[in-house]
Design a protein around this ligand. Structure first.
Ligand code: SF4
Length: 486
């Protein structure tokens, strides 16, 4: 079969190829996957959930999370047995583990057809065609492309999982050097997308019926510092070198039709008063702040190169809560960073208790090859000690999450409907402005993307239960819409 057949008007009967994308890791990767899906669909393919019948399987990898290598090679082993039965199946590996391991992927798994990195996501469909024509291919670029559409996945066609919600990449790369993190090595230095182009993109999304946008960046709240620096270096001395994140929140929040604005992930050291003010003063910006603490020990924060102390972190949290009394606070925490002592861990426990988180992602430290912390082998903490600390931290975090949720019982919350609950399809799941899941029954079918008021009747550490009060705004997006009824 020629590579051009699915879109070739001369071959209308060519069977449509079906693709399946499996995504590992963070929202940045999920967003890249949406763009890869958009490119493959623009090339005539359609999505499938059925691995057994997929013609193209894309693994969009992550090297930030624990056991990333094991997960990838375990999945590839399974795909090899499928490919042995169906030799026409094409296996593609993209993402930051591919960027890091480069040719190592095909050395370990020679049956992989295509490997691409984080800087050439935009070439996914083109590279797939090339690999069909010329044989297996690995293309990893350093961050050297210049065009906006090439650099940023948001500027490419997308297939959104939830029609009413969209991710918008506003910045890629990171200028920090956290000792545990591989991102600067695989994503490169911070580069911000042009301000006006972002606002235009959000306007286009709103015109398409999108009501919620999440602004994405590795270090999202330093957005724009590079733009102002470049303007100043180009001779415009009226420009002050500063992040433009607060300005962007205000402008995006003012776009007609956008009801909710979220962002992730900010860095505590870059959480500035003007960002807090913009959040508080822009009605569309949700009352949710995800602020990664990582550790409560000032000694470890310094070793990690995080650029703040626990006291400074808590001051910023207090300022945000003073400006937004209904703010939900979430975080990331690492347990067992090299050299973590009992005393360091106790400080993490007490800062976590003081911060009163609504929820937290807790990670057991695992070394990422290529990072500074991975070299600290002599300081690795005994896994049994780490497991015990992890359990103790979980108790503290779940206690505060439950208390936060119980405090919401009896309130009427606005939710946007996300579809049937995964565990119990007879109830619907909605998400509040504070990013909390609410499961509730409805006598009538409600379209995903609809806004409704729900009376909160019950609380658990990871979700709320409620009863529908009324629908406040029906969904307006045009994409395929799942429908569910009670
Ligand atoms: S701020 Fe630190 S943890 Fe976040 S992407 Fe940059 S280096 Fe990694």
């Amino acid at each position: 079969m020629s590579a051009a057949e699915p879109t070739d008007p001369e071959a209308p009967d060519a069977p449509e190829k079906r693709y399946l994308i499996r995504t590992f890791g963070c929202q940045m990767n999920e967003h890249d996957s949406e763009r890869i899906a958009g490119l493959l669909e623009a090339d005539g393919m359609s999505a499938t959930d059925d691995l057994e019948s997929a013609d193209v399987v894309v693994l969009n990898t992550c090297c930030v999370r624990e056991n990333a290598d094991n997960k990838l090679y375990g999945t590839l082993g399974h795909l090899k047995s499928l490919k042995d039965r169906r030799p026409g199946m094409e296996i593609v590996v993209g993402g930051c583990l591919a960027q890091k391991d480069q040719h190592g992927i095909r050395e370990r798994a020679p049956y992989v057809d295509l490997v691409f990195g984080t800087h050439n996501v935009h070439r996914a469909a083109e590279l797939l065609k090339l690999s069909r024509e010329q044989g297996p291919l690995t293309e990893i670029l350093e961050a050297t492309v210049a065009d906006d559409a090439e650099l940023f996945p948001s500027a490419m066609p997308a297939r959104r999982e939830l029609g009413h919600a969209a991710w918008v990449t506003i910045q890629i790369g990171c200028d920090n050097s956290c000792a545990f993190c591989i991102v600067p090595a695989v994503r490169g230095e911070e580069i911000s997308r042009p301000f006006d182009r972002l606002v235009d993109e959000v306007r286009d999304l709103a015109a398409d019926g999108v009501t919620e946008v999440t602004l994405l960046g590795q270090n999202v709240n330093s957005y724009g510092r590079d733009l102002t620096l470049a303007a100043r270096q180009a001779g415009d001395h009226s420009v002050r070198v500063r992040p433009l994140f607060a300005d962007l929140l205000r402008r995006v929040g003012a776009v007609d039709g956008i009801r909710r604005v979220r962002y992730t992930s900010p860095h505590p050291k870059d959480l500035r008063p003007e960002t807090i003010a913009a959040m508080a003063e822009t009605p569309a910006v949700c009352e949710h702040l995800h602020l990664p603490l990582q550790s409560g020990s000032n000694r470890l924060l310094a070793v990690m190169h995080r650029g703040y102390t626990a006291e400074r972190y808590l001051e910023k949290v207090a300022a945000a809560r003073a400006a937004m009394p209904d703010l939900a606070l979430t975080t990331d925490l690492i347990v067992g960073f090299p050299g973590e002592t009992d005393d360091d861990f106790d400080q993490t426990l007490s800062v976590a208790a003081a911060a009163e988180y609504d929820s937290a992602y807790t990670f057991i430290y695992s070394p990422r090859p290529g990072t500074e912390a991975a070299e600290m082998v002599d300081l690795f903490v005994d896994p049994e000690v780490v497991a015990d600390r992890f359990d103790r931290l979980k108790v503290v975090l779940e206690r505060s999450a439950l208390a936060k949720h119980e405090a919401r019982v009896g309130r009427v919350e606005e939710v946007v409907v996300e579809g049937p609950s995964r565990k119990d399809p007879s109830v619907l799941t909605g998400r509040t402005r504070q990013n909390k899941l609410v499961h509730f029954a409805s006598a009538d079918p409600i379209r995903t993307g609809t806004y409704a008021e729900v009376l909160v009747t019950g609380a658990a550490p990871h979700f709320l239960r409620g009863d529908l009060v009324r629908v406040t705004a029906t969904a307006t997006h045009r994409t395929r819409i799942p429908v569910s009824s009670a």
